[in-house]
Design a protein around this ligand. Sequence first.
Ligand code: NAP
Length: 261
Amino acid sequence: MDLQLKGKSALVVASSQGLGKAIAEQLVREGANVMLTSRHADKLRAVQEELAPLGTGTVSYHPCDITKAGEIQQLVETTVQQFGTIDILINNSGGPKPGTFEQLADEDWYNAFELNVLSCIRLIRAALPALRMQGGRIVNVASSSVKEPIPGLLLSNTFRVALTGLTKTLAAELASSGILINTAAPGRISTDRVAFLDAAAAEKQGISAAEVQAAYESIIPLGRYGEPQEFAKVVLFLASAMNTYMTGSTFLVDGGMVKSL
Ligand SMILES: NC(=O)c1ccc[n+]([C@@H]2O[C@H](COP(=O)([O-])OP(=O)(O)OC[C@H]3O[C@@H](n4cnc5c(N)ncnc54)[C@H](OP(=O)(O)O)[C@@H]3O)[C@@H](O)[C@H]2O)c1
């Protein structure tokens, strides 16, 4: 299937590593122009050098801390200046701090709201004029926690759900502009974030990280963690012109881990 992404312009947020980088790579391979962004210029430069030879489009980067409103505005303006428009916005982010209720202070709640919800709102607001030009696609990266809370990840369990409410509401508000918006929800995909969470759980339980992973794999019907490219392929379809009739929905990429219907 030709996803018709050649020549499209995509802003991929939090793309210096992990899921964001995998999504950027797939977009580059399909011939899209891709703006990479995260807080660290050195990491972004290395990703740009790695990905640029893989495609025919332009691969650029612009550092941005997505908890800062002014930096988001600059990121979007730079992307539009370089590519002329934004056809695709991938709203990815860093993960919130782990913790149970009594371990989290007001500051942690504010920080997670800024990182995982407000950033998304600000990015969509800033990119809307460009997305409206040809009827764009927005994919928000959340977590399987939107379907089944994850023990010890209270901030994710709370704020990722907010993102699905935002997505469902915007699907209706933006439909007349030809903009389709969806949520992609990863389960356990092998990235630095999941390695960090497994190491933290291992320390707490007094077992090894490999044992934590084995326990998760025992409840995943496909019996393993996913690869970032497996997640990215789903996001790519949602972000493409081939997606003509899915908006406001949440798509789990979890090897069958979540048991809810
Ligand atoms: N991997 C999974 O299976 C899984 C499951 C559920 C949910 N998720 C969620 O999906 C998202 C991506 O996951 P991942 O596994 O790829 O995580 P990751 O490997 O930790 O990567 C996080 C990315 O976010 C960027 N970032 C962090 N804070 C930022 C900020 N303030 N401004 C701009 N960029 C920022 C980081 O780049 P810099 O450090 O360069 O800024 C990095 O590129 C996370 O929110 C994670 O919680 C992942």
